[in-house]
Write a protein that binds this ligand. Structure first.
Ligand SMILES: CC(C)(COP(=O)(O)OP(=O)(O)OC[C@H]1O[C@@H](n2cnc3c(N)ncnc32)[C@H](O)[C@@H]1OP(=O)(O)O)[C@@H](O)C(=O)NCCC(=O)NCCS
Length: 156
């Protein structure tokens, strides 16, 4: 059984174990961008997130144990001469424990994020992902996300 809720402070170590899994994946998939070590500073950053009133940490319990996490970050960007106001919920650091994948945990986290956003009056979910991460892309597309913008590069 999957149950999604906001994390408790004493669960942040477990949240960090999951953050490390996604961090390591990024470090091996894009080594010229991500530092190889999930350092104490990166670990401690969870407290910055915890203290930020615009961010919440959602966790998914699978059979009573935390199996997945997502950071829910409300972003507001003021109008500029180029763009209208932007106001959305960004989903960051989504990760499901390697041992618990393909059991609907990430889908339950996205459902929770949708309900959370609706409750707060946000009308759009956004996330970004690294192109090498084909598993994440397959999941996000299955969950109903579409690509609206791309970052491109050329190595010289
Ligand atoms: C991407 C991730 C969050 C998906 O979590 P999950 O709990 O396994 O996803 P779900 O079980 O809810 O998957 C729902 C559907 O998405 C699709 N999907 C999920 N993972 C997939 C994969 N690896 N390959 C292809 N399709 C996939 C499938 O359609 C799946 O339904 P099915 O299992 O009935 O076929 C998980 O693989 C993960 O944590 N990966 C490492 C961290 C990461 O990449 N995070 C995203 C960073 S941007």
């Amino acid at each position: 059984m999957i149950h999604v809720r906001l994390a408790k402070k004493e669960e942040l170590d477990r949240v960090n174990d999951l953050r490390k899994q996604v961090y390591d994946l990024h470090a091996s998939g894009k080594p010229e961008v991500f530092k190889p070590v999930f350092s104490q500073e990166v670990r401690d950053y969870i407290h910055v997130i915890w203290d930020d009133p615009e961010q919440d940490i959602a966790v998914a319990e699978l059979d009573g144990k935390i199996a997945g996490v997502a950071i829910l970050h409300h972003i507001q960007r003021p109008e500029t001469p180029f763009m209208y106001v932007r106001d959305f919920l960004d989903i960051d650091e989504l990760c499901v424990d390697e041992a618990c994948r393909r059991r609907g945990v990430a889908s339950a986290l996205i459902d929770f994020a949708k309900g959370y956003a609706k409750e707060k009056g946000y009308h759009r979910l956004e996330l970004n992902m690294w192109e090498f991460n084909r598993d994440a892309l397959a999941f996000y597309e299955a969950a109903g996300f579409t690509t609206y913008r791309r970052y491109m590069e050329m190595m010289l």
